[in-house]
Design a protein around this ligand. Structure first.
Ligand code: ADP
Ligand code: MG
Length: 461
């Protein structure tokens, strides 16, 4: 606001000054022009009519052209006492005569006409043109003077007008600017107020003004989109915390129940052993969940050093195969290694192995005895993406579950997953690891027939 008023003040002051100066300049110029014309008329008349009296000639040149009292003509002898006056035309009786300065007289005698502005004579400044006329019988020094009163009067009126109207205009503009800016910033203020009122526990609020077509509307829409993302992220975190608490509580409740029952009376050592063994199982479950949660937390914000080692994918596949083949054998599922191209990527070998183990583990767990799981690692010539495919002949996944499959703690069949020791975090980890390596994971499945998980990873250059 201040800069706006400041700018307007400076612009208007400059404009006023310019107007005043240029008017003054042109008024003075036209005064000089009028003086020059009169001087020309007098000179011509004096030369043409030199038999008439000087005073008559001069007054003939003046009377009908100028206002009385505003023009004065003095005729003095060129040679003689400087204050001698041969003829005066003043337009007014008993008027004070214009003085003749030595400089003007000297100039006229040397043949040059000179303009002078003299101090107040009869209440106003005068502009005088002094020149000599020589081509006649007598020689004269002639002064033609014009009062500057009309000029100063005009300029004074302009000054007064400017001094009154400029501050008035300024006030109007300032007021207008104030209301304009206020109006323009009204939506922004509303937005700020809304944003102030948004707290973490109420992220459903939205900024209005989205429908205004200008930048404000765009800002509001952008803001709302951001709020939407934050709200979704918050909801996810909330959901995740409650899911995690629930998942952790289940084995703990089981553990506690068994211990309480065992403690109710004296028992045989074999019974104690059974309770301890089952407690150990629950503890192992807890440990698995916590391990997976820690791993997810690490992949959520992977440090660049963690993700920067060269990884030989084919070796990782062999390691993962080794880690899962015992379990596959136990479940009566055969684990097949298909094509195994040599592929190097940049990332973290431990995480990629986890990704693969999770996929193979699922393929084995959600299978049927006699089924199989096959792993393929392929790199087409000239291709810069490695394709890791884990395919099984298992129970498959219903289509409606596919969109949620990679969510944390999501399971198609909770009971079955728990029975086989699943935490519901396996595929979430797969997705996070693939994305942390700049890749992605997709799934195709036919219920009752089997599933195929494809991981695409960019190869190292
Ligand atoms: N190969 C597969 N065949 C059938 N269902 C699968 C397969 N992989 C995953 N699923 C389903 O997706 C769910 C999520 O998998 P995951 O995140 O690994 O959790 P978990 O294995 O601990 O249950 C599983 O509970 C299961 O219902
Ligand atoms: Mg799993």
């Amino acid at each position: 606001m201040t800069w706006y008023v400041g700018t307007v003040v400076v612009v208007m002051a400059a404009f006023s000054l310019l107007l005043y100066l240029s008017l003054r300049r042109s008024l003075l110029a036209s005064t000089d022009e009028a003086l020059r014309n009169t001087a020309q008329d007098i000179t011509t008349a004096l030369i043409e009519e030199h038999d008439e009296a000087v005073g008559v000639i001069v007054s003939e040149c003046i009377t009908d052209k100028h206002h009385a009292g505003q023009v004065q003509v003095l005729v003095r002898p060129a040679f003689g006492p400087p204050d001698q006056i041969l003829a005066v035309f003043t337009g007014e009786p008993a008027a004070e005569s214009l003085p003749l300065t030595a400089a003007a007289r000297g100039g006229a005698l040397r043949g040059s006409a000179s303009f002078e502005t003299s101090g107040p004579v009869r209440g106003s400044a005068w502009r005088t043109l002094t020149f000599a006329v020589r081509d006649v019988g007598a020689q004269y020094i002639i002064q033609v003077g014009m009062s500057l009163k009309p000029v100063t009067e005009t300029l004074r009126r302009l000054a007064v007008t400017l001094l009154v109207s400029v501050p008035l205009l300024l006030a109007v503009l300032t007021l207008f600017g104030y209301f304009f800016i206020r109006g323009a910033f009204q939506p922004v203020r509303r937005m700020v107020a809304t944003v102030h009122s948004i707290r973490a526990d109420d992220l459903s609020r939205r900024v209005t003004d989205v429908e205004s077509p200008d930048e404000i509307g765009e800002l509001a829409a952008t803001f709302n989109a951001m709020l939407g993302r934050i709200e979704r992220a918050f909801d996810e975190v909330r959901q995740f915390s409650s899911d995690a608490a629930h998942e952790l509580k289940t084995p703990l409740t089981a553990l506690r129940g068994e211990m309480e029952v065992a403690l109710r009376k004296e028992r045989e050592p074999a019974e104690y052993r059974a309770v301890l063994a089952s407690g150990l199982e629950e503890a192992a479950k807890l440990e698995r969940i916590i391990d997976d949660l820690l791993l997810l937390a690490r992949t959520d914000a992977p440090s660049s050093t963690l993700m920067n080692e060269p990884v030989a994918l084919d070796e990782v596949v062999l390691e993962a195969h080794e880690e899962t083949c015992m379990q596959a054998e136990r479940m009566g599922v055969s684990l097949i290694l298909n094509k195994l191209d040599q592929v190097g990527i940049k990332g973290n070998a431990m995480l990629v192995r986890r990704l693969l183990v999770n996929l193979i583990d699922n393929g084995v767990k959600y299978n049927r005895p006699g089924g199989n799981v096959s792993v393929t690692l392929g790199l087409e010539p000239g291709d810069n993406e490695a394709r890791l495919v884990v395919e099984d002949t298992g129970i498959g996944i219903p289509a409606e579950s596919l969109p949620h499959l990679f969510d944390r703690f999501y399971r198609v069949d909770k009971a079955r997953s728990r029975d086989v020791g699943g935490t519901g975090l396996g595929l979430a980890i797969v997705k996070r690891v693939a994305e942390a390596h700049g890749g992605m994971v997709t799934v195709e499945s036919k219920p009752g027939k089997g599933s195929r998980f494809t991981v695409v990873l960019p190869v190292a250059d």
